[in-house]
Ligand binder design. Structure first.
Ligand SMILES: C[S@@+](CC[C@H](N)C(=O)[O-])C[C@H]1O[C@@H](n2cnc3c(N)ncnc32)[C@H](O)[C@@H]1O
Length: 259
């Protein structure tokens, strides 16, 4: 979704003590930049205007959040949304401007976030060559693996069926297994669910939201994820195996936090 430039965004971000612009020196030191470093750390990839980020940070004061996006204009909106929900200086939230394609330059194995959120990332479905730009592509997932806590989770939501199915294969290839999965998040009544800007838009258009929670299992044997190309045959094979091993239509009726 194209957004007009917001003249106020950069000056407001520059004056914001909890905004971090492409600073790699935080790598392996993220926990220490919060007042309570011992608390869980959750990372949001491509937070956009931070509609769900602001609500999560407000409702979960005992969780530390880092919300990352490439775009300063949307981060300016995220700053305003978070300030409105949590006050001008939220203790448990940092906004990071960074290109997630290089996220392992910004997060390291000492950071160990327990959870990563990827909500409505760009589907890149027009050309197979573009698939590697997806935030769920193996070259991304293998980076997330390098700093996610042991047994950590990735919470993924999308409106796009092709991206969803391809991503199930990507996660499987990278040693993540689904602990929750639905093709209609709102009908399933999964809680907690913080509705993002794009989720609101697609839901308004009557598009069911596909969602899954993946837990990190043992690492796959050494391979080169940058060269990964998912073929229809491999995808069908992986989906069929997942269908046998887990009930892919609905893994559980409740989210893990309601189990
Ligand atoms: C479709 S929007 C979704 C925003 C929000 N998560 C939501 O659900 O409303 C995708 C967001 O991902 C960001 N994004 C895309 N590629 C990125 C990258 N490589 N690094 C950082 N942010 C990225 C975009 O700037 C945009 O804000």
């Amino acid at each position: 979704m194209h957004m007009r430039k917001k003249k106020w965004a950069r000056p407001e971000l520059a004056a914001c003590s909890w905004y971090i612009e492409e600073d790699e020196s935080f790598r392996n030191r993220w926990r220490a930049c919060f007042a309570h470093p011992e608390r869980p750390l959750h990372l949001e990839m491509g937070c956009g205007k931070g509609v769900s980020t602001a609500a999560m940070a407000r409702d979960n004061a005992r969780i530390n959040y880092v919300a990352a996006d490439l775009n300063a204009d949307v981060l300016g909106c995220a700053r305003r949304n978070a300030a409105a929900a949590c006050g001008e200086n939220p203790e448990n939230l940092r906004l990071l401007q960074a290109d997630i394609c290089f996220i392992s330059h910004f997060f390291g194995p000492e950071d160990r976030p327990e959870r990563i959120y990827i909500s409505f990332c760009n589907p890149w479905t027009e050309h197979p060559k573009h698939a590697k730009r997806r935030l769920t592509h193996p070259r991304q997932l293998m980076q997330y693996r390098s700093f996610l806590a042991e047994g950590g989770e990735i919470w993924f939501k999308t409106d796009d069926e092709t991206l969803f199915q391809d991503s199930l294969a990507y996660f499987d290839r990278c040693g993540f297994f689904p602990v929750y999965l639905t093709h209609d998040l709102h009908a399933a009544g999964f809680r907690p669910n913080y509705v993002s800007e794009h989720e609101m838009k697609f839901t308004g258009e009557g598009i069911p939201i596909k969602a899954a929670v993946f837990r990190m299992g043992p690492p796959p044997a050494a391979w080169d994820p940058t060269r990964y190309r998912l073929t229809p045959g491999v995808r069908a094979e992986i989906l069929a195996r997942l269908d046998r091993e887990t009930d892919l239509r609905e893994v559980g009726q409740d989210g893990p936090e309601n189990a």
